[in-house]
Design a binder for this molecule. Structure first.
Ligand code: GDP
Length: 543
């Protein structure tokens, strides 16, 4: 049993995600953060773990073939008195929807930039989501062991394109073949970089840090002086780190390194431990379960991480890795309370109650039963489809968190099963996958077709694979007449008027919310103008 109070437990949690454009080094950095945190012993373990998973679940063949990671998960480790929960987000842009949802469960994000490339398109998109959700950002500029852009140009890019003040914490001494190390601003501590010696059996690691003035042996003629001169400019030219400004999203501390060469990683982990916020006070609503008679109107409330009631929300549902079981694991991010195994929790939106007897904590090397958990933690709750993305869970069943987005799909296809006798199974399977958030499902009001929507083509491939492997269904995707989907909202009379005129293009989503299926983006614009009282939205927040 821990002797820490509930508040202390919440305060020592750091729940964060890594955002990056594909190939910037997110996977490598994840691995090296786990290494620095003592969660794994040898590099290569993250991938090895992936391989294990794949042998157990065939649909992950896709991951292997494409060399991308499709499913988000979480990894927990304890280091230096803090509990770190690293949320792993898929990097491929087809899966950005999943990434967005995962970010709703993060209190901080590490933005990884490739030192040669700077800000890339996907970096920008993910950054926007963080900004929308007020998630503070620590920047890590990776791949210093390769030829990099001028460090000042990289920082200026952050300032101008993200409107974020960069506060360099360290400063690199060159890059690529000439990389000597990096200096800590303010203290002048120099961390030398040791090149990997080709063919050497053992990697000696990087030499001990020392004052820059004493580090002559690591430099060639004139370099040390040039660096000392540059530092003066840098210290005068950029803002100093200010934690408040960082927490408010105006400033980002910038660290540098090479994930592959385990350079700058300890410094990054230290920054996360010291600066990333503990779980925040969260906005919520206090609302009775749906079928309560004479229920009072919902009222706005806030949830303190250190308060006693267990509350939180499901941000992801993962299929059980074992295809013989239909179990799903709901990833539950706790917002408050002291969770104990066996506890009963209620789903606010359905009023259902469940005993959480086998909650899972995800450690890098292992999965373990979670005996207790606190605000900031993510536990996996196995269930048979009771829990869905966006569900709020609490002891009282009265706390509702909002804000899990669904994004309008960019590709809409009709799906049919090859064997017509299996049409019924198809419905169930599609609903299952939609509940997990793999693809979205729309049931047109007229006709018996199913329209599935995705943000990217790859989602259909995952879906087809899983329908085959897990449900024994061979399906065919056909083009649908629709190009876009929009959720509609407004006064009842206006909605009925609109739906009456466009009956043939109305559908309902997995929550039975009305959706308009437009044949072109031109049509979306047209109905928007013709029905100004109806709101056509590209995102829907569940919960
Ligand atoms: P992700 O797509 O963002 O997860 O990127 P990965 O971690 O898979 O890395 C993409 C490629 O960049 C791989 O070949 C890595 O070995 C390489 N890489 C990652 N970090 C570094 C680094 O610090 N230096 C160098 N030279 N290569 C790196």
């Amino acid at each position: 049993m821990s002797k820490l109070t509930l508040q202390d437990e919440a305060l020592r949690r750091r729940t964060f995600a890594i955002i990056a454009h594909p190939d910037a080094g997110k996977t490598t950095l994840t691995e090296h953060i786990l290494l620095a945190g003592g969660a794994i012993r040898a590099a290569g373990a993250v991938r090895a773990r992936g391989e294990n998973r794949r042998t157990r679940s065939d649909w992950m063949k896709i991951e292997k073939e494409r060399g991308i990671s499709v499913s988000a998960s979480v990894m927990t480790f304890e280091h230096d008195g803090k509990m770190f929960n690293l949320l792993d987000t898929p990097g491929h842009e087809d899966f950005s929807e999943d990434t967005y949802r995962t970010l709703t469960a993060a209190d901080c994000a590490i933005m990884v930039l490739d030192a040669a490339k700077g800000i890339e398109p996907q970096t920008l998109k993910l950054f926007e989501v963080c900004r929308l959700r007020d998630i503070p950002i620590i920047t890590f500029i990776n791949k210093l062991d390769r030829e990099a852009q001028d460090p000042m140009a990289l920082l200026d890019d952050i300032a101008s394109r993200l409107q974020l003040d960069p506060a360099p914490i360290w400063w690199p001494a060159e890059s690529g073949n000439r990389l000597r190390g990096m200096v800590e601003l303010g203290t002048g501590t120099f961390q030398p970089y040791a090149k990997k010696i080709a063919g050497a059996a053992e990697d000696p690691g990087h030499p001990e840090a020392l004052p820059l003035a004493d580090a002559a042996e690591y430099f060639e003629e004139g370099e040390q002086q040039a660096l000392t001169d540059a530092l003066e400019l840098v210290e005068g030219g950029y803002p100093a780190f200010d934690r408040q400004s960082f927490l408010e999203g105006h400033l980002t501390p910038v660290l540098w390194g090479s994930a592959l060469r385990h350079f700058g990683i300890d410094e990054l982990l230290k920054a996360i431990g010291e600066w990333a916020p503990a779980p925040k006070v969260m906005k919520a609503q206090k609302a009775a379960p749906p079928e309560t008679r004479n229920a009072p109107a919902p009222v706005d409330t806030t949830v303190e991480p250190g308060s006693t009631e267990v509350t939180g929300f499901v941000f992801k549902v993962q299929a059980n890795m074992d295809p013989n079981h239909r179990d799903r694991i709901a990833m539950f991010r706790m917002a408050s309370g002291s969770f104990k195994r066996g506890m009963k929790l209620k789903v606010q939106n359905t009023g259902k109650s469940l005993s959480v007897n086998a909650p899972i904590m995800f450690f890098a090397s292992d999965r373990e039963l979670a005996e207790d958990a606190y605000a900031g933690d993510v536990i996996g709750i196995p269930n048979h489809g009771v829990l869905r993305v966006g569900d709020s869970l609490s002891e009282s069943g009265m706390i509702r968190f909002a804000g899990l987005p669904n994004f309008a799909p960019e590709i809409l296809q009709r799906v049919r099963v090859k064997d017509p006798l299996k049409a019924k199974h198809l419905k169930k399977a599609l609903e299952g996958l939609a509940e997990e958030g793999v693809t979205q499902l729309f049931r047109p009001e007229l006709g018996s077709d199913f329209i599935v929507g995705a943000v990217g083509q790859l989602q259909f491939e995952v879906m087809a694979d899983r329908l085959g492997e897990e449900y024994g269904l061979e399906v065919i995707f056909e083009p649908s007449p629709y190009a876009e989907a929009r959720w509609i909202g407004g006064a009842k009379a206006d909605l009925e008027d609109f739906a009456g005129k466009y009956r043939g293009q109305m559908a309902s989503d997995i929550d039975n919310d009305p959706v308009f299926l437009a044949k072109s983006s031109w049509e979306t614009g047209y109905v928007g103008e013709r029905f100004p009282k109806v709101a056509f939205t590209k995102t829907k927040e569940r919960g």
